[in-house]
Design a protein around this ligand. Structure first.
Ligand code: S6P
Ligand code: ZN
Length: 192
């Protein structure tokens, strides 16, 4: 990988990047145990292992000083009453932040830190969301269209998915007749 300046373009209508190094498809089957309504999860999985979201990454060496950037696309849909969402993670190097820039769609970013403080930010086009060091983050698409956002974070941050897989997030985003509701997750438990 060269150490020369570079650029890429985001398609104005889709937000997709003109080039990327990795394209990851995350399907329903990779989210076992993450959605609240497990019967609805099993039922949907038996119908189709749908693609929940896609990540386009511009890679850089995983060393201090470098930045990894890219685009995520969260497709619209629900498992029971719970909106399609990302797995969510802490950064493995906990003291690393991240910036998101929303390009298209609607949704919520659910965040929490190891001390149990929680925060939810709303995605809307043009909005910048700052994820401080130590805060786990999950993106939830609450709208009828793709939710598309740009992100950039330190290349040495890494990802800790295991903590969230074991304990979940404190908050769930659930559809209701009056719109998306943020509810306490009754199944949250300390990872220990
Ligand atoms: C990486 C950044 C995003 C997510 C992506 C998918 O630090 O937060 O690129 O990786 O939105 O989410 P997840 O939880 O599957 O990595
Ligand atoms: Zn992240």
């Amino acid at each position: 990988m060269t150490n020369r300046p570079f650029n890429y373009d985001l398609d104005p209508s889709t937000g997709l990047p003109s080039r990327y190094d990795h394209h990851t498809l995350r399907k329903l089957s990779s989210m076992a145990g993450q959605f609240f309504d497990q019967a609805a999860y099993q039922q949907l999985l038996e119908q189709e292992d749908v693609v929940l979201y896609e990540v386009y990454e511009l890679s850089r060496p995983a060393v201090s000083g470098e930045l990894i950037s890219g685009i995520s696309v969260i497709h619209p849909g629900r498992v029971g009453d719970e909106f399609f969402m990302t797995k969510g993670h802490f950064h493995a190097l906990l003291e690393t932040a991240e910036v998101y820039v929303v390009l298209h769609g609607q949704g919520m970013m659910v965040m929490e830190n190891p001390e149990g403080d929680c925060s939810v930010e709303t995605y809307q086009p043009g909005r910048v969301i700052y994820v401080p060091p130590r805060w786990a983050h999950r993106s939830v698409n609450t709208g009828p269209d793709d939710l598309v956002f740009f992100w950039v974070y330190p290349a040495n941050a890494g990802h800790d998915y295991g903590t969230i897989e074991r304990q979940g997030f404190h908050k769930l985003v659930i559809a209701s007749t009056s719109g998306p509701q943020i509810l306490d997750n009754p199944r949250w438990k300390p990872a220990s």
